[in-house]
Ligand binder design. Sequence first.
Ligand code: NAD
Length: 256
Amino acid sequence: TLSGKTAVITGSNSGIGLGIAWELARAGADVVLNSFTDRDEDHALARDIAEETGTQARYIKADMSQGAECRDLIAQAGSCDILVNNAGIQHVAPIDEFPVEKWDAIIAINMSSAFHTTAAALPMMRAAGWGRVVNIASAHGLTASPFKSAYIAAKHGVVGMTKTVALETAQEPITANAICPGYVLTPLVEAQIPDTMKKYDMGRDEVVKKVMLERQPSKEFATVEQLGGTTVFLCSDAAAQITGTTISVDGGWTAL
Ligand code: NAD
């Protein structure tokens, strides 16, 4: 099990990050939840995990668009055996109309945050003699779609950085990998539906089956529990020689 390990999961007060936190805690890890807000309900999420799993769970506020706050999150966590870089946002627009501030925010939150947290966490992993970096990239870290230039650039960047971290830690008991989900039904995906409906002039159901799951041959969304399970696997001894690679959880998307 992962008891005695501390996992820091960025962007984990909803969606995939929260699902991963739950599965890591069920596997015995102490978890640090994070987002940029500091509400009672954020801290309540950590309390629920602690009560149900008997592990320690904390919520730490830090804005992943700010490099110094990314590094401070790891410092405040105190130890970081498992780092899950999951925080992410999306914006959909043609590149010639893409708002510059959205481009900058997506590059900062979806990509640069992983640089800062990894830089802060690796010395802790080395001191502990064990570590796992799990970057939540995307099928869009391996392939492209129109209107998502910033997201796709950031996710391809994360996949590239993952390979570099793996090479820099190759002879240490540390691995770095990226998980590439296809479509998972979470608030982030939910938020894309109205814009996509407008863009394609379609109703909700049609957008889900024909546009969103168009490239997901299974025609089913992946679940946050499945992504949590994949993360737990990457933290297991069986995965000790898996490093510098991607694992797709995409219902066959990237096989097309
Ligand atoms: P979500 O919106 O439910 O979760 C995003 C998380 O990031 C939230 O907890 C949010 O609070 C946090 N966040 C946003 N901005 C932040 C900031 N500045 N500082 C700290 N935290 C911040 O969406 P999700 O679908 O769970 O997405 C999680 C990750 O999975 C993202 O990196 C996303 O790109 C990736 N992903 C999602 C899908 C999908 O279909 N949902 C597919 C592939 C990849």
